[in-house]
Design a protein around this ligand. Sequence first.
Ligand code: SAM
Length: 285
Amino acid sequence: MADQTRPYAIHSDSECDRLERQAALAGLEHHLRHVPVPEAAYILDAGCGSGAMTRCFGSRYADASVIGVDIRDDYVSYAQGRANEDGLKNVEFRQGSVFNLPFANASFDVVWSKYVMQWIDEPKRAVAEFRRVTKPGGVVVCCNFDGFAVTHYPEDEALQRQILTVFPRLVDVYIGRKTAPIFHTCGLINISVVFEPDSLFTTVGSIDPERRENWVVQLAAARPYIELRHSILFVGGSPEISRLECPVRIKNGPTRTSRSDRRAPPKGVLPLAILRVDKSNFGCR
Ligand SMILES: C[S@@+](CC[C@H](N)C(=O)[O-])C[C@H]1O[C@@H](n2cnc3c(N)ncnc32)[C@H](O)[C@@H]1O
């Protein structure tokens, strides 16, 4: 994993199960309308995680050959196991990095990559690889967030400061808006951009149990990074706003609670509050 400069901070032993639940919540079939797939296409899912989208392509396009690549061996094994369970014969998985894809030039009609560019420090290098392995006339489609976790209303100044300290160090929270310029720099042509409202992390009013759990699992996994680097300060929040209870050990640094948080947290356990996160999915091809 030498070239994965930004650690995948939300990794845990149950990350693939979480990615599967997240994919089910997202409704992957909706993505397919953004991806023109020719007959008997060769399709790459770069940074495939649990392989949910790889399988989605495989089951929708029976005449296609679909390959999922991920940097983590354990995710690749998980993804292959799920595809085998589904009896998908046209889907396979390989370990590999988006910086050095294990394929010849011009191998694929379609390269798909979702929620990966935010995790890597050199997205241009990855897109240059996507271009290299795409056939002339093929398409590269990336699906990224813009403003991940950093936009909410009403704004709590202290919380906002904390969020802006932590999240941009974990991921590139503004990778969405950078995607088209990166494509342009890498020499891709006929670039189009589709904005979609996010239905996974955006919450207006109270959050449902599945989406809440999706936040909790990721933040719990990322806790060592957050503690180590920043002494997370996601404390408080308005009572009417969804609250994520997640044990966070504060190693050092000051802690704060918002004025509106009147419940005393149990000792050593701080409530994490995610305010109404608002962001867009940013599709680009
Ligand atoms: C948020 S997950 C998204 C997985 C999948 N695309 C999805 O939408 O469910 C990001 C994935 O990118 C993978 N990844 C991170 N850096 C990578 C790299 N350099 N090369 C290949 N995969 C990478 C991680 O292992 C993880 O599976």
